[in-house]
Design a protein around this ligand. Structure first.
Ligand SMILES: [Zn+2]
Length: 307
């Protein structure tokens, strides 16, 4: 039986979800987590919850095998970007057991206000703090993690935040963060070096997930297929993208594994460009090396597409 205040909390969330007709997904799978909601961490465990997949992978690399710490993802590993994510009653229950919540920040978590209202005591580590954000038509671009440079910054911010919340393990967090930041730095060097000889740097991406990544690699995102992450582009937006592709001589349109490629294919048919898959690592397997492996695959794709 849950304590009364949690029951009230759940009732409140269910009521608000029904009122706004938001989809309430009660069938989360947390196979990617070190612990699951049905198997609470042992008493005395320091419990870290990461808002979504890329943050979860970074936290895993900082915690590694530090004893007495559990890491879980708040949202399922296949959620992708959280642009339109609705917090479920289960999510809030899980957060009541957390010692700290680690978020991407920069507007990626639209439910933060609700968490601040319901759980004002919960410490939150904002991993995009201190990062200069790129402004988009609808506010700051939140896709900082897709850039290995900024993933390094996020790694250090998480390590510092965990050290503050859990000082007994501060040295271990910092040591693991240094090792992971080193691997990210060599990934970034490889990307810059291997893309140096690319002749056509104009690319079209699916949504605005690759702006920071492109800056790292010296690529130029001249258009996005889908200006709104979860809404099909209008006929006028598609026509504008086709015109840009023709005018700039773009030869690669990058779809994302998280979204259907239909619109990208339709645009490609009107132009000389081909469709490839570029993965923003917003979803994937629950493995420490997953982010770096995804970026290495992206690098291979870019070299093939932009020769
Ligand atoms: Zn996104």
């Amino acid at each position: 039986m849950l304590p009364v205040r949690y029951q009230l909390l759940i009732t409140a969330v269910i009521t608000s979800a029904v009122c706004t007709a938001a989809p309430v997904d009660m069938t989360h799978s947390f196979s990617g987590a070190h612990t699951s909601a049905s198997m609470p961490a042992p008493a005395g465990t320091f419990r870290i919850v990461a808002s979504f997949y890329p943050v979860y992978i970074t936290v895993r690399n900082i915690v590694k095998d530090v004893p007495g710490v559990s890491v879980t993802a708040l949202t399922p590993a296949d959620t992708g970007c959280l642009h339109h994510y609705h917090l479920t009653p289960d999510d809030l229950v899980r957060l009541t057991h957390a010692d700290v919540l680690v978020i991407n920040g920069a507007g990626m978590e639209p439910f933060l206000d609700m968490i601040a209202r319901r759980l004002p005591e919960l410490p939150v580590i904002d991993t995009s703090r201190g990062i200069r954000l790129i402004d988009g038509p609808r506010g700051p671009n939140p896709h900082v993690w897709v850039s290995p440079s900024l993933a390094i910054s996020q790694t250090w911010t998480i390590a510092a935040g965990l050290a503050r919340q859990d000082p007994a393990r501060a040295a271990a967090y910092r040591q693991n963060a240094a090792a992971y930041a080193g691997r990210l730095a060599s990934l970034r060097e490889r990307m810059v070096m291997e893309l140096q000889t690319v002749t056509n740097r104009a690319i079209v991406t699916f949504h605005n997930a690759f702006d920071y990544f492109a800056r790292d690699c010296g690529l130029d995102v001249v258009a996005v297929v889908q200006p709104e992450a979860d809404a099909q582009p209008s006929a006028r937006e598609m026509a504008r993208t086709i015109a840009t592709i023709r005018a700039k001589g773009v030869n690669a349109i990058f779809a994302e594994p998280q979204y259907p490629a239909g619109v990208a294919d339709a645009i490609a048919r009107e132009t000389a460009a081909r469709v490839y898959i570029l993965d923003p690592a917003a979803s994937g397997p629950p493995a420490d090396a997953a982010y770096i492996e995804t970026m290495e695959q992206n690098l291979r794709t870019l070299r093939e597409a932009l020769h």
